[in-house]
Each structure stands twice: as C-alpha cells, then as structure tokens.
Design a protein around this ligand. Structure first.
Ligand SMILES: [Zn+2]
Length: 265
C-alpha cells in the first residue's frame, strides 16, 4: 500500500501475524510495528536493503515484542541507531520512549508523525499509532472482530473500539493478525441479514482462496460489518439477547455478551 504517508508492507510471521514495515520512497529507512519475530524481519531488511530506524510496539504480548532484542543486536552489528517506542503502562524491556494518549511520535527519517491512542481492553496498556489516515492498532480491532479481553474489562474495550469508530471513515486499519475470515463467520451468526456483511464475506473468501491479505481494512467498512462496532444496532442487540438471558441495560452489555459468544464460537 503506497500513499502520501509512505509505503506500508506486511511481513508475515508465525501462523497469522502481520509485522508492518513502514518505509518511504526517498531513503532506505524503515520502521517496524510489533516485530514478534526478529528473523523474518532481518530477512526482509537484508532482501530489500533497508536500514531499521524505529520499532513501534502496541502491547506486551510475545508475538508482538519477541523480536525486539534480536533486531537491536542485528542493528548493532550494522551501527544503525534504532529507537524503540511502546506503551508506558506495560512492562516491556528495551523501550527507549514510553507513550500514552495524545503523545506524538515523530519518525523523522520517514517523514511520518503519529498520535498515540490509549486502547485498554486486550491488555491494560495497549496503545495504537494514528497518522491522519493510517492506524496501527495491534490486537484491539481486527477486520470483522476485536481482540480478546485478557486484561481489560468489556467497558474498557467497548470504549476503545468506540474511539476507533470515531476516526475518519477512510482510515486504513493495519491490525496485527489475519483473522478476518473466522471473524466474519461469527459476524454472520450475529447478523445473518446484513447484506454488506455477506458481500464482504464473499470478497474475503476469494482473497483467502488466492492467499491474499484482507488487511488493511478501513473504518467505514468496519462500521458496516464488525459486530463489535455495531452494538448500538437493533440486529446486534437482539442477537445478543437471544444468546444470553443477561439483562442488557447498555451497549456495553451487548458488547460483553457478543465478546463471550465469540470466545465460545
Ligand atoms: Zn495480543
């Protein structure tokens, strides 16, 4: 994906992780988002003759931070200065800059500037990086779904997802996993009569058959198809009511029920 904000490339890692590489066309610098595996990143840098300048971390899980040390060791052999950014509210080794809501990240070598969003829910200190129309949101929002609540509450995650829903419609969503097809199977169970969802599921099926990535998504699309962004919709609310007898006083209850439903789907 190329736009005026640079070039974003996926490096595949493990079974279904995407490590995002941010480059531009005017120099050889590259920043990596959530490098869980150093070796695939080093292969990518060498193959493309790129110089690692920054690492951006969204949260502490090992499939997002596991490659930091190996990359820094490799960078040292090349005498590359690398700055590692990450969340202030999580215990992550080797961070140079600890970030919280509204902090700015200037990637001067790449000509990029990000704002930081606090997104508690999947983990308690999860952050995202947002730059006008691109978003790196780790394991908070996926296409058609959202991250599991390992550390946060449904209320926190609902708020985090609502914060992302308020970003500009054309914001490109670079999440950290290719979970879309499984997420859409669940989304269709919640909203079997959502025509936009059926259309998207068909497109995703074809892409996956061709081994193509379904990421990035965008905010406008997720508002139409992602049940975790649609807890205000009558169809999602009534599906939650059918799944659980728990009294629903609020969108947060609906969110909480469909998150539990997805865990058991
Ligand atoms: Zn995670």
């Amino acid at each position: 994906m190329t736009n005026n904000h640079g070039v974003v490339t996926a490096i595949k890692a493990f079974n279904d992780n995407y490590i995002w590489a941010l480059a531009n066309t005017s120099n050889d610098n590259v920043a990596l988002v959530d490098p869980g595996d150093a070796s695939v990143c080093i292969d990518y840098l060498l193959h493309n003759n790129l110089v690692l300048s920054e690492i951006l971390i969204t949260h502490h899980h090992s499939d997002h931070v596991g490659g930091i040390k190996g990359l820094l060791d490799f960078a040292k052999t090349k005498a590359w200065p690398v700055t590692v950014y990450g969340p202030s509210n999580e215990n992550i080794a080797l961070l140079d800059v600890k970030l919280k809501e509204n902090d700015e990240v200037n990637l001067t070598g790449l000509g990029l500037q990000f704002s930081v969003l606090d997104l508690p829910g999947h983990t308690k200190g999860h952050i995202a990086y947002f730059d006008d129309n691109i978003l790196f949101c780790g394991d908070t929002l996926f296409s058609g779904g959202c991250g599991r609540l390992f550390e946060g509450t449904p209320k926190q995650m609902h708020h985090s997802i609502a914060k992302l829903a308020n970003l500009p419609d054309d914001t490109l969503i670079y999440c950290a996993h290719e979970y879309t097809q499984a997420n859409l199977a669940f989304a269709l169970a919640v909203e079997p009569n959502n025509a936009a969802l059926h259309n998207y599921a068909e497109q995703v099926k074809v892409k996956r058959q061709n081994n193509e990535s379904t990421i990035p998504s965008n905010i406008a699309l997720e508002q139409k198809i992602n049940p975790f962004m649609r807890c205000h919709e009558e169809a999602v609310k009534s599906a939650a009511e059918q799944y659980s007898k728990a009294i629903q006083n609020s969108e947060i209850d609906v969110f909480s029920i469909i998150r539990s439903w997805k865990n058991n789907f």
